[in-house]
Design a binder for this molecule. Sequence first.
Ligand code: PGA
Length: 324
Amino acid sequence: MAVASTSLASQLSGPKTINYAPNFSGLRRSSSKLENFQSMSSTQSLFQHLHSHLHLSSSRKGSRGVVTMAGTGKFFVGGNWKCNGTKDSISKLVSDLNSAKLEPDVDVVVAPPFVYLDQVKSSLSDRIEVSAQNSWVGKGGAFTGEISVEQLKDIGAKWVILGHSERRHIIGEDDQFIGKKAAYALNEGLGVIACIGELLDEREAGKTFDVCFQQLKAYADYVPSWDNIVIAYEPVWAIGTGKVATPQQAQEVHAALRDWLKKNVSAEVASKTRIIYGGSVNGGNSSELAKQEDIDGFLVGGASLKGPEFATIVNSVTSKKVAA
Ligand code: PGA
C-alpha cells in the first residue's frame, strides 16, 4: 500500500510530496486520485503543523536536562500482566522486580490479574505501584464478577487500566462506558491509564487519527480533571503481535494526540499529560522509541512478564537524557 501511494503521490505532485509520503503511509486515505490529492494536501499541512509543534517543543529542552521530551510529565512505564501467571510465577516475577535496578526518574506501575493483586501489593517494593486491569463503573454492590474502585483502593492499588483494546474488541466495551468508568475511578482517587488505539483496517483506511481522537474525546467528555490520567496509545495491530510501530509512526500519533489535547482541553493539560506507547515494546526496541519527543513512557504486555527485560524498558528513560 505504501508503495502504491508513493507512486501515486509522485504522479500527482512530484518529488516534493514524496518526501512526506513514507512518514504517513497508512494514515492517508487512498480510495480515489482526487481524494488522495486532497488528503495529501492535508497531510502536508498536518506535517507542517506537527513539525512546528516539534520545533516549539525543542525550545523547552534545556530547562529539564532532558533532550527529547515534549511533555513535562515524568517518564511512566506500566506492565500489563493481563490474564497470566500463577502464585509461583508471580512470586518469582516480584522477586526479580524487587532486585532490579531501576532509574529513579520513572513512575513504574504493574498490573497483575485481580486475584494476585493483594499478593503483589504485599510483596512488591514500594518503588513500584500497583494497578488493576479494569474496574466497575460505579459503587460496588450486586454486580456479579465485577471489582469496585473502592475494593481496589482497599488493597492499595493506585491505578487502573481502562479502555484496553482487549476489553473494547473482545469484551465489547464502548467509548461511553469506558469514559464513565474513567470518571468514576478518578473521582474516587485512582489514577487511570486510559488506552486508545486503532485497528489495522482503520489504519489502512486512513482513519488512525479519527479513531484515536474519538476515543480520546470520550474520556474528555466524562473525566472531571486530567490530573491523574496517563494516555496509552496502543495500535491494536501492534499488541501481542511482535509488530511494533516504528518510532516515527508512534511519534506522529503521539504528537497529534498532544495537539488534540491542546486544542480541545488546554495547553497545560497537553504539556503535563503523559502519552505512553504500547504494542510489542521489548528490551530491544524501547530505547529507540523512548527517544521520540512525544513518547513519555510505555505500557508493556508480554515483555513485562520478565523482570530483567521490564527493568531494561523502564531504564530506557536514559536514552532521553543529555549525553554526558
Ligand atoms: P504487548 O501488549 O506488549 O504484549 O504487545 C501491550 C498491551 O496490551 O498493553
